[in-house]
Design a protein around this ligand. Sequence first.
Ligand code: ADP
Ligand code: MG
Length: 281
Amino acid sequence: MGANREGRLSGAASQPKLRVRDATKVYNTRSGDLLAIDSCSLDIRAGEIVSIVGPSGCGKTTLLWSMSGLHKLTSGQVLLDGAPVDGPSPEIGMVFQDANLLPWRNLDANINFPFEIKGTKPDRAWIDDLLQRVGLGGFGGRFPRELSGGMQQRAALVRALSFKPSVLLMDEPFGALDAFTREEMNQMVEEIWLDTRTTIVLITHSIEEAIFLSDRIVVMSARPGRVASIHEVPFPRPRSLEIMATREVFDLTNTIKMEIIGEQQSRYARPSIAQPAQPSV
Ligand code: ADP
Ligand code: MG
């Protein structure tokens, strides 16, 4: 699985893998313009796992979709290996909170679907390896309704990694799962990451999940979302459940929790509607 590793790590010293520069997004809604994120800047290094946490509605998904090229920024820029991201790219894989598997296709056919659309051939050996890794070996003929929520999310993860993206973006991928399944998923993601060193950006509501998986945790302010603070997560890998029970993790969890609560409380003190442009005289 380490075939792409050299390519991914070369250049790591020279420039960030993913760069968000002054990202601003205004949604034009019926009730007026809504400033979702405001001048967000963030550099993600190659091979890093970065989590984004923050109050609900602060613009995390908006920021992640901008990183993926799925929607356009009002101003600012996202750069992948120094080149602007202007649309979806096979270099960037996405996992959402819902697995979004097509119910009428079995697991194999779901994973093949994006390749059919693009008219390219999937690397079956790679996909079979991934399926084995996530415990779905032999499940290719099953339909989504025959799979648990956790299995569906694992399938979505395999689908996202099937293109061998160098960046994986995940938007609350395990938010709907029970705590135990979630811990299993976190360990599985770390194992895959230890092999592939795929650059990962993860949005999560769980600070424990963020600490378990991340090299750095970005706390976003209440809307309009900005980068409020960034925390290094210094614990060695692989991260064990013993590490998660230490005083250091407890303290970091509380620090981040208090920051988010502070942001939540300040939400109503901030303007949420973009200021209309002043008419020039
Ligand atoms: P988060 O993921 O942090 O909960 P989002 O990025 O989903 O936040 O949303 C940020 C703000 O932008 C919210 O107020 C949300 O209602 C608004 N928003 C998100 N998507 C759209 C859209 N497509 N059109 C209008 N408003 C949107
Ligand atoms: Mg969201």
